[in-house]
Design a protein around this ligand. Structure first.
Ligand SMILES: Nc1ncnc2c1ncn2[C@@H]1O[C@H](COP(=O)(O)OP(=O)(O)OP(=O)(O)O)[C@@H](O)[C@H]1O
Length: 222
């Protein structure tokens, strides 16, 4: 679940505050796939970063996966993010020298908790890759994968920690129509499985697939 209430945010241009979010109320429940659309520069990415506990420089209330962000230390915020939130971006951000499986394992290796060994992280990564239909490509490096497959690897990486919330910023922006449709179906499946999915998009076929579409304009959602 994601909940924003009365969220405002401004960037600074010299001394002048430039408001970007002007009172955002938003609730996305488990099982929902919500699309945010709006003109370029309207603040869609900014809203996504606030909702994902990446940005704490805002006013108002935000709750992510049952935890209110107000008063959390940077460390507690990072823990919440690692545990509960998966991020997917337009550019897949995969490491070229690593296989698909190793790319998916990476966050698990960096944030290894307790006594979890490499074999356990590898098993979780293999499961995540299988869930996006890429079990067969585990050993391939990004250069040997199509754009759609690369994005699916990035999604598997975001799913490694089995997050409750999945946030995606223009996830189909670099993909052809067929690959993009595969990614959209994947998001629909994640939501159907009970995940809370919030996607920022310019693309109509993404918003058409969403359970709700919200327009961000002049700092407000409608
Ligand atoms: N770090 C920053 N410092 C100052 N201004 C910023 C910063 N990040 C974003 N902005 C400004 O805030 C506004 C919203 O940016 P944001 O990236 O959220 O828009 P967007 O709707 O995602 O745009 P696009 O669709 O083009 O990706 C823009 O005017 C942008 O220039």
């Amino acid at each position: 679940m994601i909940r924003l209430a009365g969220v405002t945010k401004a960037f600074r241009d010299g001394d002048r505050p430039v408001p970007v979010l002007r009172g955002i109320d938003l609730e996305v429940r488990p099982g929902e796939l919500v699309a945010i659309v709006g003109p370029s520069g309207s603040g869609k990415s900014t809203l996504l970063y606030v909702a994902g506990a990446l940005d704490r420089d805002f006013a108002g209330e935000v709750e992510v996966a049952g935890t209110r962000l107000a008063g959390l230390s940077p460390r507690a915020r990072a823990e919440l993010r690692n545990r509960a939130v998966g991020f997917v971006f337009q550019s897949f951000n995969l490491l070229a020298g690593m296989s698909a499986l190793e790319n998916v394992m990476l966050p698990g290796m960096l944030r290894r908790e307790g006594a979890e060994g490499t074999a356990a992280v590898r098993a979780r990564a293999a499961e995540a890759l299988a869930s996006v239909g890429l079990a067969e490509k585990a050993r391939a490096t990004p250069a040997h994968l199509s754009g759609g497959e690369r994005q699916r690897v990035a999604i598997a990486r975001a799913l490694l920690a089995r997050p409750q919330v999945l946030l995606a910023d223009e996830p189909t922006g670099n993909l052809d129509a067929v690959s993009g449709d595969g990614i959209i179906r994947l998001f629909q499946r994640m939501a159907a499985g009970g995940m809370t999915v919030l996607v920022v998009t310019h693309e109509e076929r993404v918003s058409e697939a969403a359970s709700r579409v919200l327009h961000l304009e002049d700092g407000r959602l409608r």
